[in-house]
Design a binder for this molecule. Structure first.
Ligand SMILES: C[S@@+](CC[C@H](N)C(=O)[O-])C[C@H]1O[C@@H](n2cnc3c(N)ncnc32)[C@H](O)[C@@H]1O
Length: 268
């Protein structure tokens, strides 16, 4: 059976041939999330939308054998990949949806997330479900990019149709239809006693080549910026033309690409 789309994207497509700097950037996001979650040995932790295990496998090293870390994801193949890297003994794996977590109420000391709320259209329902599985006083920590403010589009001169299409598509894509206030509102609405956000920037080194790769593969099929243009009636040929233009414009010089992001810390 072919790998599912999430696993294929996580394992093969997302970085092109520049995995090193991206993995280093993700490791630092991971360490910050887990630090904010204040995990102790013996902790009960959920890594929601765990993918190939970025957060959950490291959380297991902190919770140690006496803890339990449940990695939940809709992607069976991503979890299989995470399971093959697990080495503490307290990791558990569950295929499941964020809106129906396979956990009893009040079980978790902490729920951690990286870049998952962006894929969930009903973020208030997700916040309620996270509140359900946390014990009173339990901590939720998420990192989410605010793609609405990402500098996706380079020089639009001569591509006003592309710019307008991208703007129109933003409100229809879960990756781009929200800002930090919407996240805060969802978690307050779900009854968390405190909800705090820390604004930051993720920074990635790019040349034209990496920018073009990110435009097409920065998210799985159906979500990425290239597919947003197609859903907004830009032809594949025109989208390719735009991508080629942007790539040539940025050229071979390395620069730092900024993506606004937030850490959200909520206490149940
Ligand atoms: C950007 S990846 C992040 C993976 C992992 N957290 C990481 O940091 O590498 C998003 C993950 O969310 C998962 N996902 C998307 N929608 C989901 C849902 N409704 N419930 C659970 N997982 C979901 C995907 O399968 C994917 O593994």
């Amino acid at each position: 059976m072919p790998e599912d789309k999430w696993s294929r994207w996580l394992n093969e497509e997302r970085w092109g041939d520049q995995a090193g700097p991206f993995q280093a950037a993700l490791n630092s996001v991971r360490d910050r999330i887990l630090g904010l979650a204040e995990l102790k040995p013996g902790a009960t932790v959920v890594d929601l939308g765990a993918g190939t295990g970025l957060l959950g496998l490291q959380a297991a090293r902190q919770a140690k054998r006496e803890g339990t870390v449940v990695l939940v994801d809709v992607s069976r193949d991503s979890l299989a990949s995470a399971q093959s890297d697990a080495n503490v003994g307290c990791e558990r794996f569950a295929v499941g949806d964020a809106l129906h977590l396979p956990l009893i109420s009040g079980w978790a000391d902490a729920v951690v997330i990286r870049s998952v709320l962006i894929y969930i259209p009903d973020r208030l329902a997700a916040a309620h479900e996270i509140a359900r599985v946390l014990r009173p006083g339990g901590r939720f920590v998420a990192y989410e990019p605010i793609n609405r403010r990402m500098e996706q589009i380079v020089d639009m001169t001569g591509f006003e149709d592309v710019r307008d299409a991208y703007q129109a598509a933003m409100d229809k894509n879960t990756l781009t239809n929200f800002a930090e206030d919407d996240l805060v509102e969802a978690f307050r609405g779900a009854g968390f006693t405190s909800v705090e956000i820390v604004e930051d920037d993720s920074r990635f080194p790019v040349r034209g080549k990496e920018w073009a790769h990110g435009f097409r593969y920065g998210a799985p099929a159906g979500y990425n910026a290239f597919d947003m243009l197609l859903t907004a009636r830009i032809s594949p040929e025109r989208a390719d033309e735009f991508l080629g233009h942007g790539e040539r414009l940025l050229g071979d010089e390395w620069r730092v690409w900024r993506c606004p992001c937030v850490y959200l810390i909520a206490v149940r």
